[in-house]
Every structure is written in structure tokens, then in C-alpha cells.
Design a protein around this ligand. Structure first.
Ligand code: SAH
Length: 399
């Protein structure tokens, strides 16, 4: 591809309103190529310059063009005239007693009338890994009845740049770029050298309704010359947008998680209304043919444990029957309550019984330990709570 056709095939970088320059932090290789062309770099040099910028932005975590010592000064100046390396602003950081960290990220306004939406991302450290849970949309259109995010209306899709920026911000906050110091106030993984080894698209939004940007972000995350997160450690979680599953496997090579939550259509229609469009049978058929799935690369089935709704031993047995022929593992998620939620979490006894049945049928069935509940960072608790807390703070300030 030559530079001009590269440029035509690009989605534009975010154009901040006001005086701010567009940022290259979070850009794809194609976007960097276009930026370099705009800064006057001749076509024959573009590939080499993209590689240099890539190294500085994603390997070194550079925040200014001045730091890029192997790029000649006049080009650094030409870039700095037109572009910045700013990140979306972290407006709040909360640290749980269990080491989970939650960042509230304010995105740049997308255009006139947009005040700058906010998303949350959550970092979950364990001894041998660190997982970053990121958002793909502001809000969500799916209205799953047990999910708090589903009670908000969708504001918009995130750009690939905004999805990627969440990882850059997290690594910066964890002191995980050369020259930075890790924080001393919390738990970090002790085995292995990376603080963020895994990424899950389990924050706000339905990633498969923002397919192109999620695909481009996975490409940047997994690029070996930059952020270098192995594709086997990037998991895209979906409520089951069946027509997009094959594309996801083929175009990203990411791991797949499916939010199943019920074994009968009548119940799943109520829990995950998307089921009315793509019922269980079609969903599982698409999983059977998911590109790249194998016993070594299993699909995770998430199953939220709702008291007296979907947690009976009979349902556990039906789950095992349904998953026959699918390379699967099952992740039981204790329901995380939120104010006004129409459900309760199953008892531990009930969860254990369910897990035993699944385990005895030969499936790994870990129960996901709720993390960061004290800072409202657990599954399904994102964002809307923060808005409520803020509204409450405002109200009390007015008293
Ligand atoms: N839209 C995607 C990803 C976001 S949700 C999806 O549906 O998979 C990430 C996971 O958290 C999903 O499995 C979701 O069903 C689960 N979840 C949502 N609300 C929850 C809650 N209150 N308690 C426990 N898990 C929840």
C-alpha cells in the first residue's frame, strides 16, 4: 500500500475541539502514517518513521516528541506543531482494599455539544497476573436486566484510540513504562515482569457492536514491537452478537467469552434481551465454529449466579448438556448487587453445588471472586454508580 492509499483508508484521529492538537497516543500504524505525511515526511520514509514513533509511543510510553532522540529535530518540531501525545484525563482513581484499582477516564469531546463522556477501567492484580478490564462503549444498548450499565442509555462507541488509551493510562498509573516508578501504595503481581499481562473487554459496552474499533485496538495491544500483549491473553466478552463472532475470531485471533447466564431461551430472553434476536441454539452453533477455538484455546462461558432464577442443579446439568462439542470453560460470577437491582446473589452453598456439577462433568468452573466491590469496580457495577455518587456529592454541596 502506498502512502496516499493508506491515508484514504483511514479513520481520522480525534479532532479535539478548541485549541488542543490531535493526539497520536493510541493511534494505529495507519493513523501514524497519515500524521507523518501531514507533517511533510516523504512517502519513502514513512514506514521507517512509523516504526520509530511506534517504539516511542507504545514501548517507551513517550509523552513528548522531544524525547524521541533518534528522530531529527526538525521532524520532531514539525510533529509537535501539528500533534500532541496527550492522553484522556484520569479524573478519579480509587484503590480497593484488595488492590483493585478503578480509574474514571474523561474522554475528549467528540464534537460540538459533547461535554466529554466518561468511561471506567479496572485493574485487577493477582500474584501471577494483572488484568485490565476495559470499556468499548460509553453506556450500553443491551439492557441486560441484571447489569447496572444496562440501565444507562448508550452515549457512543469509543474510537480505537480511546480504547487503546485505557491501556496506556493504566500502564502509566502503574509506573509500567521505562523510567517510571511503580506506586508503593498497593498490591502488584509479584511473579513475572509485567503488571498488565491480560486484557478483558468486560467493562462498559458490547464490544461486537463496536467491531472495527475493537479489532483495531486488539491489533495495537498485541503488536510485538509495542504493547506486546499476547492475543491469548486478550479476551473479548460478548452477550452473543452471532453474525459478528466469526469475524472476531478471524480478524483478531482474540479469545472469546460469552455471557450465557441461562440455559433456556425463555429465561435468557428476560436476562439478556439480545437472545430474542440470537437464541441459544444459534449462539452455541456459532461457538462450535469459532475460528481458532480448541481444547487449548477454550471459549469462556460466563454465568451470573442469580438466586432462585438460574442457579438450580437441573440448570447446571442442562448447561453441561448444551456445551457438548464446544471447547468450553465456565466462569461462574456471583451477582454483584446494585441499588434497585431486581435480583439477589445465590448462596455460596448453591454456587458450590452448581460448580461441582459442572466440574464433575469435566469442565473447569472457577467461581469469579468479586474484586473491588468496596469501590464499585466489580462486574456490572461500572460507571452509573460513579455518576450517582457524584450527583449525591453535588446535592449535599447544595445543602
Ligand atoms: N457486553 C459484554 C461485556 C460487558 S459485561 C457482555 O455482555 O459480555 C462483562 C460481564 O459482566 C458479562 O458477563 C456480564 O453479564 C457480567 N455482569 C453484568 N452485570 C453483572 C452483575 N451485576 N453481577 C455480575 N456480573 C455481571
Amino acid at each position: 500500500m502506498n502512502a496516499s492509499s493508506l491515508i484514504e483508508s483511514l479513520s481520522p484521529l480525534a479532532q479535539p475541539t478548541g485549541a488542543a492538537l490531535p493526539s497520536l497516543a493510541g493511534a494505529t500504524r495507519l493513523q501514524l502514517a497519515a500524521a507523518l505525511a501531514e507533517a511533510g515526511v516523504p512517502e519513502r520514509e514513512i514506514r521507517m518513521r512509523v516504526a520509530q514513533l511506534w517504539h516511542w509511543i507504545y514501548f517507551q510510553g513517550a509523552t513528548s516528541f522531544d524525547a524521541m532522540l533518534n528522530i531529527a529535530k526538525p521532524l520532531r518540531a514539525a510533529l509537535a506543531e501539528r500533534f500532541a501525545l496527550t492522553r484522556p484525563q484520569v479524573v478519579a482513581e480509587q484503590i480497593s482494599s484488595d488492590g483493585t484499582r478503578k480509574w474514571l477516564v474523561r474522554l475528549d469531546p467528540a464534537g460540538a455539544g459533547d461535554k466529554g463522556a466518561e468511561v471506567e477501567c479496572v485493574y485487577i492484580p493477582e500474584s501471577d497476573r494483572g488484568t485490565l478490564c476495559i470499556s468499548s462503549q460509553v453506556g450500553c444498548t443491551l439492557t441486560c436486566s441484571f447489569c447496572h450499565t444496562g440501565t444507562q442509555k448508550l452515549v457512543r462507541n469509543l474510537t480505537s484510540q480511546e480504547i487503546i488509551a485505557q491501556l496506556i493510562i493504566a500502564r502509566e498509573k502503574l509506573g509500567d513504562f521505562p523510567g517510571l516508578t511503580p506506586p508503593s501504595d498497593g498490591l502488584l503481581p509479584t511473579e513475572g515482569s509485567r503488571f498488565i499481562s491480560n486484557i478483558v473487554f468486560m467493562g462498559m459496552g458490547e464490544p461486537l457492536y463496536n467491531f472495527d474499533n475493537v479489532r483495531d485496538a486488539v491489533g495495537v495491544f498485541s503488536d510485538g514491537d509495542g504493547l506486546s500483549i499476547s492475543k491469548r491473553r486478550i479476551t473479548v466478552s460478548s452477550a452473543g452478537v452471532v453474525p459478528r463472532l466469526e469475524d472476531l475470531g478471524r480478524e483478531t485471533g482474540a479469545m472469546l467469552a460469552i455471557s450465557l447466564h441461562a440455559v433456556r431461551d425463555e429465561l435468557r430472553d428476560r436476562l439478556v434481551p439480545l437472545n430474542k434476536k440470537y437464541p441459544i441454539k444459534d449462539l452455541l452453533q456459532a461457538c462450535r465454529t469459532y475460528p481458532g477455538a480448541s481444547n487449548a484455546r477454550r471459549i469462556t462461558f460466563e454465568y451470573v449466579m442469580l438466586k432462585d432464577v438460574n442457579d438450580s442443579p437441573a440448570e447446571a446439568r442442562e448447561l453441561v448438556r448444551l456445551l457438548k462439542g464446544v471447547p468450553a470453560k465456565i466462569n461462574l460470577i456471583p451477582f454483584n448487587p446494585w441499588p434497585g437491582a431486581p435480583y439477589e446473589c445465590s448462596s455460596w452453598e448453591r454456587i458450590e453445588k452448581f460448580s461441582d456439577i459442572v466440574f464433575n462433568a469435566g469442565y473447569a468452573s472457577p467461581v469469579r471472586t468479586p474484586r473491588g466491590r468496596d469501590i464499585l469496580a466489580a462486574c456490572g457495577q461500572l460507571k452509573s454508580e460513579t455518576q450517582k455518587l457524584r450527583a449525591r456529592a453535588l446535592l449535599s454541596a447544595e445543602d
